[in-house]
Write a protein that binds this ligand. Structure first.
Ligand code: ZN
Length: 309
């Protein structure tokens, strides 16, 4: 199963982050949990109604994070899919919410509206005539006809496109589908959402510095442990790249590596998914902790910044 599983970014304050992604963009909060490697901080997962792979944008809100500085070896922009007919709706909605939007552009034939979240994160909405319709999340203000339909993809900023394109196409199941100036587009055949990685080659641009408003890593899909193991072996055999050991993220199992262009990649399993510890209609409504932290629930809960009111 090729395609993006999720994109994880560094945010500032948790409440403002939650308000923007659920309130302004209308995504569903599908899991409220902690950073498993730093349980004093939140890890928020946003997605479609089902929390399906390919629709997930997740954040580490760190209230005191310094702003990141965009550069080589980072994600330049994360894009979400909207129906073509919803382009005007979103232009008005973002303006009304006080979001600074850029003039619309056209990339690979699709209209694109770029903007930033309150932490300076570079985002875009990409209009498509065949937006996936599986399970859009709706709110009072955002109906199913205009709702975001998952990730379109990411734009990676690298010095030299070749080695990054090679890993995406020889290991991760993507295929080069076109070029536009300095951008090489790769597409995942058969993926409804999260099907696009654009690799932008910028030569000797300075390296980036991660911080508030930066994408921390990009996760790609593996159906299960067996497929993940096969991808890990292919990565080692063809590129000599070693991943981390597998880490249990409760909702998926992950390995991590740095691709040749410098971006942190993850390979995450589709299983077991977000309904493993709460009912599908209750996703994101309560703090969920992995078993190893349950004994400390009261202390962890009291120390986390409030998400409410
Ligand atoms: Zn991740």
């Amino acid at each position: 199963m090729a395609g993006l599983h999720h994109v994880t970014a560094i945010a500032g304050g948790a409440r403002g982050n939650l308000d923007f992604y659920t309130g302004v963009l209308g995504l569903r909060l599908v899991k409220r949990t902690v950073n498993f490697d730093d349980p004093g901080t939140w890890h928020l997962y946003f997605g479609d109604a089902a929390g399906a792979p390919g629709t997930l944008f997740t954040t580490f809100p760190w209230a005191n994070a310094r702003p990141g500085r965009l550069g080589v070896g980072e994600v330049q922009e994360t894009a979400f899919l909207i129906p073509e007919a919803a382009f005007g709706f979103w232009t008005h909605r973002l303006l009304a919410a006080g979001v600074a939007i850029e003039d619309p552009t056209v990339l690979f034939g699709a209209r694109r509206l770029a903007f930033r979240d309150p932490d300076g994160m570079r985002l875009a909405l990409v209009a498509t005539l065949d937006a996936p319709t599986a399970a859009p999340w709706t709110t009072d203000a955002i109906g199913a006809d205009v709702a975001i339909r998952g990730l379109q993809g990411v734009t990676l900023l690298v010095a030299d496109a070749g080695p990054t394109v090679a890993v995406l196409s020889e290991v991760l199941g993507f295929e080069v589908s076109g070029t536009d100036g300095s951008v090489t587009r790769l597409a995942a055949p058969g993926a409804a959402a999260g099907a696009v990685v654009d690799v932008r080659a910028v030569g000797g641009f300075p390296r980036g510095a991660l911080g508030k408003g930066s994408v921390h890593h990009v996760a790609f899909r593996a159906a299960d442990d067996a497929e993940q193991t096969a991808l890990v072996e292919r990565l080692r055999d063809r590129f000599g790249i070693e991943t981390t050991e597998q880490k249990d993220r409760a909702y998926f199992r992950s390995v991590y590596f740095r691709e040749p262009g410098g971006v942190i990649f993850e390979i995450a399993t589709d299983t077991p998914g977000f309904a493993v510890d709460e009912a599908p209609d209750a996703l994101g409504t309560a703090l969920r902790l992995p078993a190893r932290y349950e004994a400390q629930r009261d202390r962890i809960s009291a120390a986390l910044p409030s998400l409410d009111g």
